[in-house]
Design a protein around this ligand. Structure first.
Ligand SMILES: *[C@@H]1O[C@H](CO)[C@@H](O)[C@H](O)[C@H]1NC(C)=O
Ligand SMILES: *[C@@H]1O[C@H](CO)[C@@H](O)[C@H](O)[C@H]1NC(C)=O
Ligand SMILES: *[C@@H]1O[C@H](CO)[C@@H](O)[C@H](O)[C@H]1NC(C)=O
Ligand SMILES: *[C@@H]1O[C@H](CO)[C@@H](O)[C@H](O)[C@H]1NC(C)=O
Ligand SMILES: *[C@@H]1O[C@H](CO)[C@@H](O)[C@H](O)[C@H]1NC(C)=O
Ligand SMILES: *[C@@H]1O[C@H](CO)[C@@H](O)[C@H](O)[C@H]1NC(C)=O
Ligand SMILES: *[C@@H]1O[C@H](CO)[C@@H](O)[C@H](O)[C@H]1NC(C)=O
Length: 470
């Protein structure tokens, strides 16, 4: 039956492309790309009045196009092509069973006018905006309550033109929380791939309350002193795969989150089953991978491997505080190469930064089963600063087969550990007493799961885009 349906689908596709007709109406555009799902209907932004001159506002063109294409959601899906040009736009939202394809010479430029950014409610798990109380500007590309959304290209660009927003942030002139470049909420089956994201007003990619998310082949660039320009922030998401990304930014390259204090505890939605691999990060003032600081819904089963860190503040950082509640557990990191770091490993139990003063001082976060192995670091100021919470120590920490080369101006004491418990083996320089050495024969002591997460088995296929003269 399935084979027959497939045959029929191919037959229909071929006849609709039939040679006689296409001779009369030549194909204007044709290309192939990789995606988890292909689409039946195609359109170009220019079909809806888009003007790529860098000055004309295209919000209406984007929204008209996508609203029009949303009629195909239950009928094979649709794709919108953004051709070469500079496409100024305010925030627009996407739809289900939909692909946005951005050509490599296309730049989607974020408008500098606040009126082009609708204001939406704060996230329920945060209780307020990150920059201000109350609402937040909707992201440049926004989606909510969707299924099967692909935002891709052959390395097309989203440019948030963030400078103005950063100035407003520094001068306390924001009326609402700054927008992100891409935010997808309450959605399932998301692919964000083969794009370059530059100068985001704030975070770059924010999947939240979503599942089955793939972020692949993304380049993220922002000045290293730009405020809160986090790279990719999976937030209360299940089954996420982040791979082959290159990030240079002013904040954490990947920041794993799940809500803030009493709001996050009440919402109770963890981030779990997260794969991060083949990531290269430069983040002089922040972490390569941060877990927290907002983690009140819990963070569980994170697997990171083949990470390159250059000139970054810390490699893996766990940030939490009394009042956060939640947990960070079953964290596995291996094969990380670090060059020029302040701290290879950092855990902070008194990060502070509360949503408001109504947090529960008895809500103690749990940090347990954290495994780091097979790493080499060079030119490091301090190997590790691991500070747990006195009445809630961080336990089950395992560090094995890690060699840390210290900088000329390194701290005299390379490890400083308080309120933690765990083991180590084959680690240089010698770890603190709270991580007793089990001997080099246990060099592979720290575990890394051998099974695959479901998101690792999702395959991409070759899709085609073609558009005939209207
Ligand atoms: C876009 O969002 C607005 C509300 O913000 C909604 O009315 C509209 O239906 C959405 N369009 C699509 C295509 O999802
Ligand atoms: C989106 O989904 C959330 C969570 O299921 C729900 O609370 C909300 O009402 C939905 N919003 C819309 C516009 O359907
Ligand atoms: C994409 O473009 C960025 C910015 O120009 C560049 O640094 C990166 O190498 C490109 N990626 C690919 C895969 O071509
Ligand atoms: C997208 O990026 C992947 C690597 O993540 C690469 O294999 C693929 O060729 C790229 N596709 C396009 C259309 O650029
Ligand atoms: C080592 O790190 C310092 C900053 O801490 C930097 O100035 C120096 O260039 C680095 N040296 C090497 C060899 O990378
Ligand atoms: C130790 O880690 C290095 C990478 O840093 C790796 O090449 C080596 O195989 C590891 N050794 C063991 C015994 O796992
Ligand atoms: C280690 O950390 C503790 C707690 O932050 C601090 O009080 C102490 O001074 C540190 N010790 C060294 C040697 O840096």
């Amino acid at each position: 039956m399935e084979v027959l349906l497939l045959f029929l689908a191919v037959f229909v596709a071929l006849t609709s492309l039939n040679v006689v007709e296409s001779r009369k109406t030549p194909v204007l555009e044709y290309f192939e790309y990789c995606a988890v799902n292909c689409r039946a209907y195609s359109a170009s932004l220019t079909d809806f009045g888009g003007v790529g001159d860098g000055e004309t506002l295209n919000t209406k063109a984007f929204q008209t196009a996508i609203d029009h294409l949303s009629q195909y959601s239950s009928n094979g899906g649709s794709q919108l092509y953004v051709p070469p040009g500079r496409w100024l736009t305010g925030s627009f939202n996407v739809t289900s069973h939909f692909t946005l394809f951005i050509h490599k010479d296309a730049v989607i430029l974020g408008s500098q006018d606040e009126n082009d950014w609708p204001v939406i409610d704060p996230l329920p798990s945060y209780g307020r905006g990150r920059d201000t109380q109350g609402g937040r500007f909707r992201s440049l590309i926004f989606g909510t309550n969707l299924t099967d959304v692909i935002i891709t290209g052959d390395n097309g660009t989203l440019d948030g033109q963030g400078e103005l927003w950063w100035q407003k942030f520094h001068h306390g002139q924001l009326s609402y929380t700054r927008p992100y470049l891409i935010e997808i909420m309450y959605s399932d089956n998301i692919q964000i791939s083969n794009l370059t994201l530059v100068n985001s007003p704030s975070w770059n990619v924010h999947p939240v309350y979503s599942s089955n998310v793939i972020v692949q082949g993304i380049t993220i660039l922002a000045p290293v002193n730009s405020p809160n320009t986090d790279g990719i922030n999976p937030d209360s998401c299940t089954n996420t795969r982040i791979e082959d990304c290159y990030i240079v930014s002013g904040d954490d390259c990947v920041a794993v989150k799940s809500g803030w204090d009493e709001y996050g505890i009440a919402y109770g939605m963890p981030t779990k089953q997260l794969v991060i691999r083949r990531l290269t990060c430069i983040s002089p003032t922040s972490a390569v991978i941060a877990l927290g600081s907002e983690m009140s819904g819990g963070i569980e089963d994170v697997r990171a491997e083949d990470i390159v860190a250059i000139n970054s503040e810390s490699g893996v950082r766990i940030k939490t505080a009394v009042g956060r509640g939640g947990y960070v557990k079953d964290i596995y990191v291996r094969r990380m190469t670090m060059k020029t770091m302040k701290w290879a490993f950092w855990m902070t139990g008194d990060y502070g930064s509360h949503a408001d003063n109504n947090y529960d001082p008895n809500a103690l976060p749990v940090v347990q089963n954290v495994n780091y192995r097979d790493m080499v670091a060079d030119n490091v100021t301090m190997a590790a600063k691991l500070e747990g919470i006195s009445n809630a120590p961080f336990t089950g920490i395992c560090i094995s087969n890690v060699t840390i080369g210290l900088a000329k101006k390194a701290k005299k004491v390379p490890w400083n550990c308080t309120d933690i418990a765990g083991i180590s083996s084959g680690v240089t320089p010698s770890p603190c007493d709270l991580l007793p050495d089990q001997g080099v024969q246990k060099i592979g002591a720290c575990t890394f799961p051998e099974d695959n997460l479901p998101i690792e088995d999702i395959k991409v296929q070759t899709c085609t885009y073609y558009r005939r003269k209207l």
